[in-house]
Design a binder for this molecule. Sequence first.
Ligand code: 6GU
Length: 244
Amino acid sequence: MHFDILTLFPGLFAGAFDESIIKRARESGSITIALHNIRDYAAGRHQVTDDTPYGGGGGMIMKPDPIFAATEAVLGEQATAVPIILLTPGGRLFRQSVARELSRHNRLLLICGRYEGVDERVHQYLATDEISIGDYVLSGGEIAAMVIVDAVTRLLPGVLGDPSATFEDSHAEGLLEYPHYTRPPTFRGHPVPKVLLSGHHAEITRWRRQQALRRTWERRPDILASAHLTEQDLAYLQQLQGTG
Ligand code: 6GU
């Protein structure tokens, strides 16, 4: 996977891509990342990238011409084949299913907008997709771009050592994750649940499933409806409703 990231603040990305899983994915060649400073594509001696909004009001708006020029220079011949994703609070919500969808491409171009706004011509005539990472306000799309690069990279073949790790993760299956424990068996008086020390694998599997169901029911009832549930899962949830 190749990521092109268009931003006014390439320095924000230092660090995020230089540690842990992303670092290893880059070293092994699973991904490549190219940062492009939009300012380099702005015309004139002052290389202006934003301007005041037509119609008045506060804030500065990112000008369309540097963003179009940067995109066209970066993509060249590939301009039609690569998703051009504008990171903006008005975009479709980023979720695991979107990460999975993006991971099927071999190249993505991410445009980091600033919160105050990007000229509408970029939304309408350049971007092929618009994504938001949640219902809160960020100063710009840079952190959203990091989130997308991370979530997509973990899905690429060979990036994580153990393929079962991605499958069992929260959200991958539509449920929150069950609780995890490691040594010591009792920490400050708080013991690890006995079943996990029992060696009964079937019971452990059942307990974990029930914990995942309970957590999801308690914390994210909104995602339960679209989870893949068995008859047994439904019976357990019925039981929870009764005792709840
Ligand atoms: Cl993609 N951009 C900004 N500025 N704020 C956001 C966002 C994006 N996603 C959530 N909040």
